[in-house]
Write a protein that binds this ligand. Structure first.
Ligand code: PLP
Length: 454
């Protein structure tokens, strides 16, 4: 596409009018914004003509890759036929019905119902209202408290930001709101020194039980966690963690919620992250990979018991103008169908995922300042450390991570620094050759990074 303006003009206009999310405006405007103009497969191009390998699938969302020709066609057709109608007041439309049917097919058995939102944050806030409503209907209105985790990320709305455990978010706007408490994250490297993974997984799960007992089981509505903490830096819990958390939730009659906004739709090589870890939540929240970012849409999956309870309660007074938006639903349907029918999720499980994990560990374990090299499917990370032998992290958490991330950017590779965790989650359509390319560039960057540290 030919553009009318130069990069300099865009930068000026952006600085003049656009407030960016999670951004220090002064520093952005000093540096000048990077303009991304088009994309194809796993690559982006900026307005200066630079080709960039997107090792983050946008914000962990473009599972199907950029530049699909079928999805815009579906959107166009749907817009022409029925651009908008709502799903309030006993109405529906074919696009949302077809999507719901397909989602029940790809979801684990027993999850036959979904509620639509426009984003991950809205899915999380919807879930918060749902679990509280669930206990009201069950005749236990005092069960209101939700337990989240420190360093968890559940979005930017007031509910999502409260449930998340990012202290830099809580600091702005008096969060968390009442009725939300947190337990420590299951980060073995930091909190389980000297313990086996299995022991630490059980210990971290016991923190959930401690919190339940502290609050009082009769007051706790739900425990909520990402199967893998994504924005927190790809914190992968030991295998013993989730089954033990599930056992504890069942013991105290507490709903178990998986936030699958990142893990859902194939990221781990399973359709949903909880399948990777062998537990069954009562509710799971999704967005991102549901449409691979081609349209804004999210969905909250509830098991049949939760669905029946909510239905027994009569009106659930919650919903969005765009819940089940026809164009978003049609595009999500085409996306999920392609993820399934083109074998994209299966390939992550059987082929590209294992290949990435092998190459990732081989490539980065040898670096002096890299430790805890980890990943599953196509979500992976390592941690930058001051001293590997004593497992000592750098002072000023996050500073060195940003320095490293900027080297990747300079070399045409997008990876993310979550503190000093360096993270990658490319589109799920990445080929083995492209995995080699991603890793070769990243290795070159890490060599430069370690030189700069000397
Ligand atoms: N939950 C998780 C696990 C996420 O990773 C995110 C976003 O990264 C969200 C919720 C919020 O999603 P959104 O940015 O679409 O509101």
């Amino acid at each position: 596409m030919k553009h009318q303006r130069s990069t300099a003009q865009w930068r000026e206009m952006d600085a003049a009018h656009h407030l960016h999310p999670f951004t220090d405006t002064a520093s952005l405007n000093e540096q000048g914004v990077r303009m991304i103009t088009h994309a194809d497969g796993i690559y982006l191009w900026d307005s200066e003509g630079n080709k960039i390998l997107d090792g983050m699938a946008g914000l962990w969302c473009v599972n199907i890759g950029y530049g699909r020709k079928d999805l815009p066609e579906v959107a166009k057709r749907q817009m022409e036929e029925l651009a908008y109608y709502n799903t309030f007041f006993k109405t529906s439309h074919p696009a949302v019905v077809e999507l719901s049917h397909l989602l029940a097919e790809v979801a684990p058995k027993g999850f036959d119902h979904v509620f639509y939102t426009n984003s991950g944050s809205e899915s999380v806030d919807t879930m918060i209202r749902m679990v509280r409503r669930y206990w009201d209907v069950k005749g236990k209105p005092e069960k209101k408290t939700l337990i989240g985790r420190w360093n968890g990320y559940h979005g930017s709305t007031i509910g999502g930001a409260s449930l998340g455990g990012m202290s830099y978010m809580h600091e702005q706007g008096d969060l968390p709101i009442p009725g939300i408490v947190h337990v420590q994250q299951p980060w073995h490297y930091k909190y389980g020194k000297g313990m086996s993974a299995d022991e630490f997984g059980k210990l971290a799960a016991s923190w959930v039980e401690d919190k339940i007992l502290e609050v009082g089981a009769d007051k706790v509505a739900a425990f909520v966690g990402e199967p893998i903490q994504g924005a927190g830096g790809v914190i992968i819990p030991p295998a013993t963690y989730w089954p033990e958390v599930e056992r504890i939730c069942r013991k105290y009659d507490i709903l178990l919620v998986a936030d699958e906004v990142i893990c859902g739709f194939g990221r781990t090589g399973h359709w949903f992250g909880h399948q990777q870890f062998g537990f069954t939540p009562d509710i799971f929240t999704t967005a991102k990979g549901l449409s691979s970012g081609y349209m804004p849409i999210g969905a909250v999956f509830v098991n049949n018991e939760v669905a029946a309870t909510l239905a027994a309660g009569g009106d659930f007074n919650h919903g969005f103008t765009y819940s089940g938006h026809p164009v978003a639903a049609a595009v999500a349907h085409a996306n999920v169908k392609a993820l399934r029918d083109e074998g994209i999720v299966a390939a992550v499980h059987e082929d590209t995922g294992p290949y990435m994990q092998k190459r990732w560990r081989e490539a980065f374990s040898r670096f002096e300042h890299v430790d805890d090299v980890r990943g599953v499917g196509l979500i992976q990370a390592f941690t930058l450390v001051k001293d590997k032998a004593s497992q000592t992290l750098f002072d000023n958490w996050g500073e060195i991570g940003l320095m490293c991330r900027d080297i990747f950017f300079k070399h045409g590779l997008i990876m993310r620094a979550c503190g000093d965790h360096i993270v990658s989650a490319p589109p799920l359509i990445i080929s083995k050759d492209q995995i080699d390319e991603l890793i070769a560039t990243a290795v070159k960057c890490m060599e430069i990074f370690e030189q700069q540290l000397k």
